[in-house]
Design a protein around this ligand. Structure first.
Ligand SMILES: [Zn+2]
Ligand SMILES: [Zn+2]
Length: 250
């Protein structure tokens, strides 16, 4: 399995407007972050988690010309609004691409992107909806998923073998964190150092990491308050900030 971090920025991306850079060194390319998503290559398939507003450029940079399925974590627009860019992938491969999502967001996603799922006038539909259960398969790949808390809404954590992705994480429900034991790689959202009403802060995320002990942890969904080198200097062994284009073989 190969995991590529297509983007690891918060909902604004970073840097922000000129001279409004937050705390980052703009001369470090690792601080230039597009909105969060990951591309997973497994069993000859490309699985995309979330369609960031920066999707077109992310797929171009990854030299990716085929997506076999999209998995959505939640419906916030920094995770969904690149969905129209999937039309090119559909046309290139002459395929209807399945979108895997929770029943909670099915109605709003199919309403907001009606032409994509139902077609409109000359536009044929180019994606289909697949409502997820706790376990499901895409081809030969087994996916496990559960909901974690993100303030007033829930977000899906996805686990594929020894890899898991938990973006926009505030809290886990009950004992769900135990479903993330024995990971080789955990990519987890870290918005900023301080806690936010919908996102856990640095100390809380580190408590989760200490409990789970993944072999490697990468931070994603980072605002311009988190400078790559400064954050790296605060991280224990086997924990580091991701950067756009980072690729991990598992
Ligand atoms: Zn987000
Ligand atoms: Zn969100």
């Amino acid at each position: 399995m190969k995991v590529r971090v297509l983007g690891c920025g918060g909902s604004f991306g970073s840097p922000l407007a000129w001279n409004r850079n937050g705390n980052i060194d703009v001369n470090n390319p690792k601080n230039h972050r597009t909105r969060s998503s990951v591309l997973i290559h497994i069993n000859d398939q490309n699985l995309l988690i979330d369609t960031s507003p920066d999707l077109r450029a992310q797929l171009y940079n990854a030299r990716c010309t085929k997506i076999d399925a999209v998995l959505f974590t939640h419906e916030h627009s920094d995770h969904t609004s690149g969905l129209p860019d999937m039309r090119a992938m559909s046309l290139i491969n002459q395929s209807i691409i399945p979108a895997f999502l929770s029943s909670d967001i099915k109605e709003s996603m199919t309403r907001n992107y009606k032409y994509i799922f139902d077609g409109h006038k000359d536009y044929s539909p180019f994606m289909s909806v697949k409502t997820i259960d706790d376990h499901f398969n895409i081809g030969n790949t087994k996916i496990n998923t559960f909901k974690h808390n993100h303030g007033s809404i829930d977000v899906q954590t996805y686990r594929i073998n020894n890899f898991a992705y938990s973006t926009d994480l505030k809290n886990f429900y009950e004992n769900d964190i135990d479903k993330l034991k024995d990971l080789d790689l955990w990519i987890v959202g870290l918005l900023r150092y301080d806690p936010h009403p919908s996102h856990a802060g640095f100390d809380q995320i580190n408590e989760y990491i200490k409990y789970l002990k993944p072999k490697k942890t990468l931070f994603t969904h980072m605002t311009a308050l988190l400078d790559y080198e400064e954050l790296l200097s605060k991280c224990s062994d086997n924990i580091e900030p991701a950067y756009d284009g980072m690729t991990i073989e598992l």
